[in-house]
Design a protein around this ligand. Structure first.
Ligand code: PLP
Length: 387
């Protein structure tokens, strides 16, 4: 039975070379980076060297990097931290309906607490436009939060153009670049963002490790208080091994990004062609296939009801799993929940169609044989379920 992993947007396997550099910090170099003795200083050096490496990968300064427990915490810190630090009367948020849950959930909580939050509905491509952002910003807006590469459908947002719109109005821009790292160029100066989130397990690093870039001079209030770590912006003893792993994985990902993107684009093209020839007429592509820019690793399809009959999306994924194909319905955080993806519904798909969705996401170990097998398996399963 083949074992075809096509869920790289959910997580990637830890690179063996990354594990190697982490292991000493789980074993002999166990000091607390805040301790003054030699063991502590060794750990402190590792954290600060990692910070410098991460900063260099992003074109940032080391002082602009805050280590977090992952992408979700980085997004929460960006939103809550930047808005809490914003002056009263200028603390409103603009975001989109196609963001990862790590943005809408804190946004909802802040809206419930009385903060003004505007959620833009994206067009069918899934990426809100600079014109939409310009129209939504008013004199109360402090922060715009938009993702770079959409985790469910792969669409890219025009971040530098949106940064122009934001900065012309004195508004900060946060970019969730969790899905873009290791596949697309991530230069914070070229993107002109004020805050940017990363998560190591999306680029062959450890789970539970992330970073938030905060442009020098931008204030963020801490989410977690209780220590002077991370320049008082995130209290708590640093996860030294995870930080070291994140830096190593990001360095490797940045170096390999261009070659990886070229390779994945070809594989994605092959998968799209196979799905089209096998299933044309029964599926719709949620990933835009026209001129809209997309990340190279994601193909998302839905199956609209046929002759009035819905396809059970969860059953579809389980059947794929039985055939050895590991894919997901979209955001891993929402799969298992009965609610169909909010992103696919935001594109204008009805609930039944959104509930019958498969996201294939490709990565560095994906082969042509894998994508061919996945397309054949999906075709076989859909026919069987529909018969
Ligand atoms: N943002 C995006 C776009 C993601 O894809 C994910 C994970 O799926 C996250 C944030 C959350 O990252 P983490 O799993 O590190 O909390």
């Amino acid at each position: 039975m083949p074992n075809v992993y096509l869920d790289y947007a959910a997580t990637t396997p830890l690179d063996a070379a990354v594990l190697e550099v982490m292991l000493p910090y789980l074993k002999e170099h166990y000091g607390n980076p805040s301790s003054v003795h030699a063991l502590g200083r060794k750990a402190r050096v590792a954290v600060e060297e990692s910070r410098a490496r991460v900063a260099a990968c992003l074109g940032a300064e080391p002082s602009e990097i805050i280590f977090t427990s992952g992408g979700t915490e980085a997004d929460n810190l960006a939103l809550r931290g930047a808005l809490e630090a914003a002056p009263a009367g200028r603390a409103a948020l603009v975001t989109s309906a196609a963001e990862h849950e790590a943005v809408p959930q804190p946004a909802e909580a802040m809206a419930e607490a009385g903060r003004s939050v505007t959620v833009l509905k994206p067009p069918a491509t899934g990426a809100v436009t600079p014109a939409q952002v310009a129209a939504a910003i008013d004199e109360e807006t402090a922060l715009v939060s938009l993702m770079h590469a959409n985790n469910e459908i792969g669409t890219l947002t025009a971040i530098p153009d949106i940064a122009d719109v934001c900065h012309a109005r004195g508004v900060l821009l946060h970019c969730d670049a969790v899905q873009a790292a290791g596949l697309l160029a991530l230069d914070v100066k070229a993107m002109d963002v004020d805050l940017l989130s990363l998560s190591a397990h999306k680029f062959y690093g450890p789970k539970g490790a992330g970073a938030l870039y905060v442009r020098g001079g931008v204030e963020v209030a801490p989410l977690v208080r209780g220590g002077a770590q991370e320049r008082r912006r995130r209290g708590g003893t640093e996860n030294v091994a995870a930080v070291v792993g994140l830096a190593e994985a990001l360095d490797r990902a940045v170096q390999e990004a261009e070659a990886r993107a070229t390779c994945l684009k070809a594989l994605r093209g092959r998968l799209v062609a196979s799905l089209r020839s096998a299933l044309d007429g029964t599926l719709v592509f949620n990933t835009p296939l026209g001129d809209a820019p997309v990340a190279p690793h994601v193909v998302n399809v839905s199956f609209p009801p046929h002759d009035g009959r819905r396809l059970d999306g969860e059953m579809l994924l389980l059947n794929l799993d039985v055939e050895g194909v590991h894919a997901s319905a979209g955001s891993a955080c929402t799969s298992g929940a009965l609610e169909p993806s909010h992103v696919i519904q935001a594109l204008g798909r009805d609930r039944a169609t959104a509930a019958a969705t498969v996201r294939f996401s490709l990565g560095k170990y994906t082969t042509e044989a894998d994508v061919d097998y996945a397309a054949e398996a999906l075709d076989k399963i859909v026919r069987r379920m529909r018969s």
